[in-house]
Write a protein that binds this ligand. Structure first.
Ligand SMILES: [Zn+2]
Length: 475
């Protein structure tokens, strides 16, 4: 039997084979071409500009396909090549390297250099890519810490008081004046060629003797230098007081300050939420407002206490709250309570600019006036506000009237002086002599211009006792 194969099929078979072969060749070639075309690993390098002895430069290397097998960062200075970091093995698709000069600092000299990043992946390509730096970035090696020179500072300081620090840190990109963990900003002061800076530092009322007061400067390359500020700490006593939480106080203040509280919550619990949480919120808000300060002093001369006012509560008074014979809370009173007649006008303690005007939790209707360089004054429990944020105010200008808004029992003004949001005693700033001896004198010693129109007394200060708390005259 003869099998008849149709002629069309007979002629098609080789054509199919040729086509298949062609597809295979084209496919293979394009596959190899694709393999070859897959790019080398990518490098992300946040350009540092300058690299210091201790600074860290994050370098991220990512394989486009496959995994990384070798990553190396080199520093090239002329003929000298120093490997800063090298990793080999199955490193995965992404490697983050903290590049530092630590360990290599002795082999490196200061000045211009090139930072090279080399990397290889395990992705197969028909032709192995030539080894070359994937990134070569120019940088400056800077191993010298910035200079910090303390020019002068307030010699005698007290807890809850202020110290002025004058210094120079000409090579610094960033400076901080710190007392313990708390940092304060500094501001350029005096002729530009002196490159002097000043900082007002608010010392906490509970400052522990021996807490370091220091200026820390950091340069572009991350080198840091710290200098201690000499100061003599004089103790200052703070009063204590007991406040009886009455039913009248609970019934008038808790619904006002905590309108959304659960109906079955006892009033005393609501009071404790107000006294703790709202007080803490107000402290946080004061810190935030403290950052909104002018870089030049706006104040002129001593700060003023409103006329004919009686002090009935002092700064940093430790208050024990007693309810039905039991201690229910302890809090710190961070200002002065000043009372006169109801709805008395509240004068601005000094020239400045209004940076806050509105309700502030337990403080009620509040005005904060900025006097520059972090120095601010706060006026609380007001019944009316006569100023708004952004207003410039003169010393003595009425800001509003006293009242009982917030956690106030009777009509009074709660007055605070703040330095970068830290409450300090107003006694120092009410005292022209203190300003002369503790602010004007260090400026004069540093050879810097006077501030706030206050010049130091001709002779060195003989009196080194800190300002005393005002005597309690009424309760
Ligand atoms: Zn008060």
């Amino acid at each position: 039997m003869i099998l008849v194969v149709p002629s069309r099929s007979r002629s098609r078979l080789p054509l199919l084979l040729v086509l298949l072969l062609l597809f295979a060749v084209v496919g293979g070639v394009s596959f190899l071409g694709w393999r070859q075309s897959v790019a080398a690993p990518t490098v992300t390098l946040s350009r540092p500009g300058a690299l210091g002895a201790k600074s860290t430069l994050p370098v991220v290397v990512e394989a486009v396909r496959g995994g990384l097998t070798r990553v190396e960062v080199r520093l090239v200075q002329g003929e000298r090549v120093v490997a800063l970091v090298k990793q080999e093995g199955a490193l995965g698709p992404r490697v983050q390297l903290p590049v530092t000069l630590e360990g290599a600092a002795r082999e490196i000299k200061e000045g211009a250099a090139t930072l090279e990043v080399w990397a290889r992946d395990d992705f197969w390509r028909p032709l192995r890519p030539s080894d070359r730096a994937l990134v070569a970035a120019p940088i400056t090696v800077d191993l010298t810490p910035p200079r910090v020179e303390i020019l002068a500072a307030t010699r005698y300081v007290s807890p809850g008081g202020v110290t002025l620090v004058a210094f120079r840190a000409p090579d610094a990109a960033r400076v901080e004046v710190t007392v313990g963990p708390r940092a304060f900003p500094s501001f350029a002061w005096g002729p530009p060629e002196r490159q002097a800076r000043v900082a007002l530092v608010g010392l906490p009322h509970d400052l522990v003797p021996g807490t370091p007061l220091a200026v820390t400067a950091t340069d572009e390359a991350g080198n840091t230098a710290t200098r201690g500020v000499p100061a003599e700490l004089k103790p200052r006593p703070f009063p204590r007081d007991t406040i009886t939480v009455s039913e009248t106080l609970l019934q008038t203040k808790v619904p006002e300050l905590l309108p959304q509280r659960p109906a079955d919550q006892p009033l005393i619990e609501g009071f404790l939420v107000i006294n703790r949480d709202q007080r803490r919120q107000a402290e946080e808000e004061k810190r935030r407002i403290g950052g909104q300060t002018g870089d030049a002093p706006l104040w002129q001369g001593a700060f003023v206490q409103p006329r004919n006012t009686k002090v009935f509560s002092n700064f940093a008074e430790a208050r024990t709250y007693v309810y039905q014979g039991k201690t229910v809370d302890t809090q710190l009173h961070l200002g002065f309570d000043l009372a006169s007649t109801r709805q008395s006008p509240v004068p601005a303690a000094n020239t400045g600019k209004v940076v806050f005007a509105g309700p502030l939790t337990i403080y009620g209707n509040t005005v904060v006036v900025d006097h520059g360089l972090g120095l601010q004054t706060l006026y609380a429990h007001l019944s009316t506000l006569d100023v708004k944020v952004g207003d410039s105010v003169e010393k003595g200008q009425p800001l509003g009237r006293t009242g009982t808004t917030g956690l106030a029992i009777g009509d009074h003004l709660h007055f605070e002086v703040l330095v970068s949001g830290v409450s300090v005693t107003p006694l120092e700033w009410w005292d022209a002599k203190w300003i002369r001896d503790r602010i004007a004198r260090p400026l004069q010693d540093a050879g810097l211009p006077a501030m706030g129109g206050v010049a130091a007394a001709p002779a060195p200060a003989a009196d080194d006792t800190p300002a005393r708390p005002a005597r309690r005259r009424a309760r």
